[in-house]
Write a protein that binds this ligand. Structure first.
Ligand code: AHR
Length: 496
């Protein structure tokens, strides 16, 4: 196969947004307990945070972390998680059929984000709760002192305000599985009331209204339109959530899943702009793609629920293979290609639960295959996003119609231009010819790496953690510049 791609900095989309590289920590399974937190673990600090997970989190290049849910937040009482640990109640977590011990709450989580050098992003409960509880949490977190709840935070040991800037107004309220699930009108009204009150405390907050839990939701489109009719002037972002998996062995279809994300973003942006036009507003709503990943949800849904109410059971622990990592790379390319309207994104989730980082309780931590495209994009996407439209063969998929075999985006700053590229072909290498003339100089490849494996279902394990990892790609030459991308591969090509 052969493809040709021109890199023209004039095809600028927007600056790379650091918040594209967010992730998510939910009180779910072993994400918090034995994930980020495990007192007594050999690498744990005096607060119980695992040093090995912190180191991998930094290496992943994460910028923002959403917390504490997810479905969990829709039944959560944040007050349970603050103050002396011995007085914190144990509660049923209905969303995940588990017991929540509340050993970790907002103060510990924010301390962990500071250690990891991350921005926290907070979700409020609009399932079982409403305006007042959201205001209480905001007061507790962000007011310096001098009021009942800010003084309580200080008394609990957090002298400085947490200063959380980005707040999600509930989670997946369009989903019938959500505690307190609502119609779009009901949710839109509640989100508007909550946003209005939160802005009275701090007009500068960034607020996210819940959009759709997936593009196949029956209310997709009308949900966004109705919610934004109620909230347009009060929120900054609308959320999108999407999970993908290989179905019935259809590898080609799975590797094309970014086509759905592409359609999802474009539809939400057009819907938002249409509401804006109707309201006569010049404001532009942006997208917070605050849950996205590969998730074998069908396996989870067909498994029986745990019989009792365990504490931190292993849940949603997908073990990712090479093809999963390549599909995930393609999703990152899509998010970057839409950097003009996607203001933030969170890979769901960070550790153990559908995550790039896995841990053994009391033992080792390692990087899943999906760790690598995320970490490389977070590290090397710099400057401006540049749209590239490769000339390449395409193939037919049952779900998404005809899809190009090469999926790519570039970023560009004064020092380096980087191309992120996925070869979706299951069998054929792709010779990619790069036309760098618009860059104003003869480009040459300073570094090229490829993530691939002869077995597309190869996984990393605690015993073999480097089985699937990026390796140098030396199969390139100049004049014209060409590089060979193996079948089912994620590639990072750095040019100077
Ligand atoms: O990330 C796992 C779950 O997926 C989240 O709790 C929920 O918001 C979504 O359905």
């Amino acid at each position: 196969l052969h493809a040709q791609l021109t890199i023209d900095p004039a095809q600028r989309v927007a600056p790379v947004r650091r918040r594209t590289f967010g992730t998510f920590v939910e009180h779910l399974g072993r994400c918090v307990y034995t994930g980020i937190y495990e007192p007594g673990h050999p690498t744990a600090d005096e607060e119980g945070f695992r040093g090995d997970v912190l180191a991998l989190t930094r290496q992943l290049g994460v910028t923002t972390v959403r917390y504490p849910g997810g479905n969990f937040v829709s039944g959560y009482r944040w007050e349970d998680g603050v103050g002396p640990r011995e007085r914190r109640p144990r509660r049923l977590d209905l969303a995940w059929h588990s017991t929540e011990t509340n050993e970790i709450g907002v103060d510990e989580f924010v301390r962990w984000t500071r250690l990891a050098g991350l921005e926290p992003m907070m979700a409020v409960n609009l399932g079982t709760r409403g305006v007042q509880e959201a205001l209480d949490l905001l007061e507790y977190c962000n007011l310096p002192s001098g009021t009942a709840l800010s003084d309580l935070r200080v008394a609990n040991g957090a002298k400085e305000p947490h200063d959380i800037r980005m707040w999600c107004l509930g989670n997946e309220m369009d989903g019938p599985w959500q505690i307190g699930h609502k119609t779009a009108r009901e949710y839109g009204r509640l989100a508007a009331e909550t946003a209005r009150a939160m802005r009275m405390v701090d007009p500068g907050l960034e607020l996210v209204a819940c959009g759709s839990s997936g593009s196949s939701m029956p209310t997709f489109g009308t949900w966004e339109a109705t919610v934004l009719e109620e909230t347009y002037d009060l929120v900054d972002h609308i959320s999108c959530h999407a999970y993908y998996e290989e179905k019935d062995g259809d590898l080609g279809g799975f590797l094309a899943c970014a086509a759905d994300m592409e359609h999802f973003i474009s539809t939400v942006v057009s819907t938002a702009d249409q509401v804006g036009a109707r309201l006569g507003s010049s404001k532009r709503i942006t997208v917070s793609f605050d849950e996205w990943n590969v998730w074998y949800m069908s396996r989870f849904q067909s498994a029986p629920p745990p019989p009792d109410w365990p504490v931190a059971p292993p849940l949603l622990e997908d073990h990712y293979h090479l093809a999963d990592a390549v599909a995930l790379g393609s999703l990152i390319i899509t998010l970057l290609r839409h950097s003009d309207r996607v203001a933030a994104a969170c890979l769901a989730q960070l550790v153990n639960v559908i995550a790039p980082i896995m841990t053994e309780p009391g033992g080792r931590a390692w990087r899943q295959t999906t760790f690598h495209p995320f970490a490389q994009a977070a590290r090397y996407a710099r400057g401006e996003v540049v749209r590239v439209e490769p000339a390449c063969p395409s193939y037919e998929t049952a779900e998404f119609g005809e899809v190009p075999v090469l999926h790519a985006v570039a970023t560009h700053d004064e020092e380096v231009t980087t191309v992120f590229a996925v070869n979706r072909s299951a069998t054929e290498p792709l010779e990619l010819e790069l036309d760098t003339r618009p860059l104003g100089a003869d480009g040459w490849i300073v570094q090229a790496t490829t993530l691939t494996h002869e077995d597309v279902y190869a996984r990393n394990t605690a015993d073999d953690p480097e089985r699937v990892a990026p390796r140098p790609n030396t199969d390139h030459r100049g004049d014209p510049l060409r590089i060979v991308l193996p079948p089912v591969s994620w590639n990072v090509i750095r040019l100077s």
